[in-house]
Write a protein that binds this ligand. Sequence first.
Ligand code: ZN
Length: 376
Amino acid sequence: MGSDIISERRRHTRNKVYRALYDSPVPLSKQALSLKLEMSLPTIYQNVTELMEMGLIEYTGAQNSSGGRPAMQMRAVAKARFAIGVFISVDSLYFALTDLMCGVLAHKEVRHRLPLFESSYNRFFSSQLESFIDENEIDRGKLLGVGICLSGIIQPEELLVFYAPPLNLRNVSIKPLVESIPYPVNVENDANSGGFAEWFNDSSGESIAFLSLAWGVGGATFVNGDKFSGANQRSGEFGHMCIEYNGRPCACGKRGCLEAYCSSSRISSELGITLDEFFAQLSQGNRELQDIWDDYIKHLAIGVHNIRMALDCRIVIGGEISSYLQPHMPRLCRMVAACDPFAASCDYVSLAKYSAVGAPLGTALHFVKAFLDNNI
Ligand SMILES: [Zn+2]
């Protein structure tokens, strides 16, 4: 017991040394670390030696100091670990690769026509995953894990897709798929993972509400440094806020939900066109599409305003629609500001940094966060 406590404390100290190098925008010397962390030089030397042996930090060269021997500078090794995220849609797998610096190193979409989560699909998934690892020359010993995300309500403990209208699934087990993957696996909703990518890679650390506009409309809130899940893991279900009493029918079975107005299907598959075609024809002045878009953006403004009033935080709009929204942001912001009794502008609304790759990146980043948090 006693030795466990000592070893835990030592791990904690080693993690502090590692995090100081990881978080620093510039390389640091042992002397600088000693001053920064208020630790003795022998303690720093011991931990640096261990971290070097683990391949987690490296020397970058010498710093010219005023007289005496130049001090060696060190930094964290970005490619010491990797994580992969996969977004599952009805007809494709979208892979994203990240390392400890949390950017997108590679991404790839693979299309297929297999029935989801049946054995042929699970074999296809595994072989595509291994190919992606090989193509990017990833050392499997450095792979922290594989995140999987999809548009639906997931019960992670049971590995069950409870309800996923875009995938036409209800009560489907993904246990056989997860068990066929020889790496740690994390499964989650795509709006949660897309929001996590935005929040985790935002250095401000501010609380955000992430509103995902895709076939499904969903979201997630990240408050005071963590995701707020709610009592039933349904926090951030912005798509099912009622914005028109007894309004348009929604995929959830109710009426008047934000999703019924702002789903991507409303401006693509319901009209028999793609999103590219919708926005191209809209910009060419198609009157009929303009009327639909006016209604879409009006309800989007109400939804954004309601989120702001409930949470009073920054709102980041993501999902596939977000990649088309830039030219429409001034209008959306004017409409949101017109609803707002407290502010004359809506500088609290922005578009996601990552669009399509955000969801798979986010689910991969959970592994990076766990690695950084859990005392290396
Ligand atoms: Zn609904």
